[in-house]
Write a protein that binds this ligand. Sequence first.
Ligand SMILES: C[S@@+](CC[C@H](N)C(=O)[O-])C[C@H]1O[C@@H](n2cnc3c(N)ncnc32)[C@H](O)[C@@H]1O
Length: 259
Amino acid sequence: MKIAIDTEKRTISCGEGPTARTIPLFSREGFEIVSDLWVKVGWNEKYSYTFTWLGRPIIQLPEDMVRTQEVLFRLSPDVIIETGVAHGGSLIYYASLCRLMGKGRVIGVDIEIKKKNRAAIESHPLAGSITLIEGNSVDPATVAQVGSLIKPGERVLVLLDSCHTRAHVAAELEAYHGFVTPGSYIVATDGIMQDLADVPAGQPGWETDNPQTAALDFAADHPDFIPEQPAWLFDESNGLTRGVTYWPGAWLRRRASDE
Ligand SMILES: C[S@@+](CC[C@H](N)C(=O)[O-])C[C@H]1O[C@@H](n2cnc3c(N)ncnc32)[C@H](O)[C@@H]1O
């Protein structure tokens, strides 16, 4: 799509021919168009591969982490399960929030935890709040190991950030949704792949082969899970309705028992 920004006229024009339109740059829609483009260009340049949290690389868009913090603060889970550990930055991030809130621990699952990463996570000051499990996240033995660490009555939230194919995320959703307590979430991260099919480092197949599609399929088959972007806890914006995220369509809330 052709997008032209005129900072002097303060307009943004989109499209060509009869469907072309020009809107104010300084508007909700202007912000959304600029943000969507920023997300795509930044993803291609690996912007999310530039951050650390308390010393460990965290491969996330910071806004997704701040929004996740809002949910964790509101829910105060006992257990946070994350598939996809990599360098451990997101595990450390969730563990640091647990420590600050005085409650909760983290279970991280990865098919391969590199020696260097394991050593750094296990020697981190927050290691006491983290359990690492090495294995394919959808292997029944791995899932059983995760299950054995959860005590009856504990509040659980699950984040899926391992292999992002539609098939793998679908299998993870099936394998892990039973752990999610009513009112809590299972999060199929990185649904942005759907919008990255046309960027240089993306792949055309991602239009359908992505976590967002898997989450929608799952919700259609599991009416007790609702695709629902968690509400912002604070909003004095000029009418903004959506964030800047790599996780569109990620959040699936398990209905509360009285819903
Ligand atoms: C995107 S990285 C995780 C990033 C990490 N959550 C963070 O925020 O820093 C994806 C990880 O998933 C792991 N992975 C890929 N396929 C997997 C599978 N089938 N089961 C478990 N982990 C897998 C990879 O080894 C890799 O470390």
